[in-house]
Design a protein around this ligand. Structure first.
Ligand code: TYD
Length: 139
């Protein structure tokens, strides 16, 4: 899994004067079955979230409202900052990528679609441990 696989996904947008509509289907707009949805909201200005990598989890991150940045880091020197501010754009994050979220606008809502249910054992929360895991064969 590499940073090159992480990308902005253009989601369908049904434009309508009554209000726009976007939908996301597992295996069609995201390369995984959706097992869980969670969202961050009431994020105080200046907050940072994330600060971890997942061993096997695939995710799509969407700014449902407002904006924020996601910094992806492959643990090998590659880093990319994405500014999310459209509810019809999702950032696909593959497993074994370190992510940090910052620069939240007030009232922003960050929704995450995930390929599995919550499992603390799937997290690397220590950057050094994450890098050691990357250095192991088959990482
Ligand atoms: P964490 O993933 O560290 O949040 P973030 O990446 O946004 O900073 O999760 C924060 C806390 O919430 C942690 O105690 C685990 C818990 N949690 C769940 O119980 N279920 C979930 O689906 C998620 C994402 C987190």
């Amino acid at each position: 899994m590499s940073l090159a696989e992480c990308r902005i996904v253009d989601l369908p947008k049904i434009a309508d004067p009554r209000g726009n509509l976007t939908f996301i289907e597992g295996r069609r707009h995201v390369p995984f079955d959706i097992a869980r949805v969670y969202y961050l909201y009431d994020v105080p200005g200046g907050s940072e979230r994330g600060g971890h990598a997942h061993k096997a989890l695939h995710q799509l991150i969407v700014a449902m409202s407002g904006s924020f940045d996601v910094v992806l880091d492959d643990g090998r020197g590659g880093k990319q900052r994405f500014h999310l501010n459209r509810s019809y754009h999702g950032l696909y994050v593959c497993p074994m990528i370190w992510r940090e979220l910052d620069n939240f606008s007030s009232g922003s809502v960050c929704m995450v679609l995930a390929s599995n249910v919550y499992d603390e054992a799937d997290y690397y929360r220590d950057y050094g441990e994450y890098q050691l895991a990357l250095a192991r064969p088959h990482a």
